[in-house]
Design a protein around this ligand. Structure first.
Ligand SMILES: CC[C@@H](C(=O)O)C(=O)SCCNC(=O)CCNC(=O)[C@H](O)C(C)(C)COP(=O)(O)OP(=O)(O)OC[C@H]1O[C@@H](n2cnc3c(N)ncnc32)[C@H](O)[C@@H]1OP(=O)(O)O
Length: 295
């Protein structure tokens, strides 16, 4: 997806790294492919809300190499979904994601491979965040390390009661490398980001809401009796923002994205271009014809 014709080439493709940064996607894909297991599953629904599931339950949904490749492919599919309006990112089997698969991490612990994996995942997660869809991470159970970083690549985060988001990188002798630190600073400010990373703090729903990392708390769990399943609750929560025609919802996301990422003058010009795609378009003409009141 291109946010707008005004974004520089590297952002137009949604990627941060390309060949000019010495990044060769095919090379790292070949390496990652050797560490298989699990999958990233995509369900596109008629409602315009897709569900992306991190699926590797025997390893607490840790990211194998092949899952990293899967993720990039699923993001490509979502970039080419004209009817899309929203996205929910969840983990399988009642937990979110325990970060990189440590078996793969051990095998590529040399400097060069680490940098390549880092660039690959930054590209994939940046493209995820830049999708013209309103996205929400549904955190049930644990979101650790790269799993915590993944939550920051969504527009919103919902946490089930009893869940934890934890940037455990410091305990691994690391800092985030999937873009999670940069995004965290944008979300909670540098003071809070420093506390979360420096202390490898366990963020429960209450703390998450207090610092602005978390947008809502859900009760129960996927199979709970009484309360609606978490996925249903997340869909209900998201639907208030995805109600309406896809081109309008996508335009909403794009103007916010350009405001978030571009200097003001550029963001304003981009907003004009995006405005031009909805002005006089069917949804706009219908609304004008119906003389609707905004009560
Ligand atoms: C670049 C690295 C950085 C990044 O990408 O940004 C990272 O993400 S590094 C990875 C950070 N994550 C971790 O260090 C998590 C390590 N795991 C745990 O702390 C615990 O397993 C848990 C997630 C808290 C769950 O604990 P518990 O409920 O007690 O279950 P088990 O420990 O028995 O786990 C079940 C099973 O899952 C395997 N597992 C869990 N996480 C990973 C992982 N990240 N990679 C590979 N395998 C993982 C765990 O080893 C168990 O397997 P078996 O022993 O075979 O049953």
């Amino acid at each position: 997806m291109s946010v707008s014709p005004r974004l520089p080439q590297r952002q137009r493709s949604g990627c941060v790294y390309s060949s000019i940064h010495g990044f060769n996607q095919d090379e790292i894909k070949e390496k990652l492919q050797a560490f298989h297991g699990g999958s990233i599953d995509l369900l596109k629904q008629d409602s315009g809300i897709a569900v992306l599931t991190i699926n590797n339950p025997s390893r607490m949904n840790a990211f194998s190499g092949s899952m990293m490749i899967d993720l990039e492919e699923r993001v490509s599919q979502l970039e080419n979904w004209p009817e899309g309006k929203g996205l929910i990112v969840q983990g399988a089997a009642e937990t979110f994601c325990s970060g990189s698969d440590l078996n793969a991490v051990r095998a590529i612990s040399n400097q060069q491979d680490g940098m390549k994996m880092c660039m690959f995942m930054q590209n994939a997660l940046t493209r995820l965040l830049r999708l013209p869809l309103i996205s929400v991470a549904l955190v049930e159970g644990r979101a650790l390390g790269g799993g915590a970083e993944l939550t920051t690549a969504c527009d919103f985060r919902l946490m089930a009661a009893g869940s934890v988001i934890q940037f455990v990188h410091k305990h691994m002798g690391l800092v985030p490398g999937w873009g999670g630190a940069a995004r965290l600073v944008h979300l909670v400010g540098s003071q809070n980001a420093l506390k979360l990373l420096g202390g490898a703090v366990k963020v429960d729903p209450e703390l998450g809401v207090n610092i602005g990392l978390v947008d809502g708390v859900l009760e129960g769990h996927q199979k709970a009796e009484g309360a609606a399943p978490l996925l249903q609750q997340a869909e209900n929560w998201l639907s208030r923002y995805t109600k309406g025609p896809a081109p309008v919802i996508q335009a909403v996301k794009k103007v916010v994205l350009s405001g978030r990422e571009l200097p003001l003058s550029e963001a304003l010009r981009t907003e004009k271009d995006i405005f031009g795609t909805v002005w006089g378009a069917p949804a706009n003409l219908e609304a004008l014809a119906s003389k609707s009141k905004h009560k």
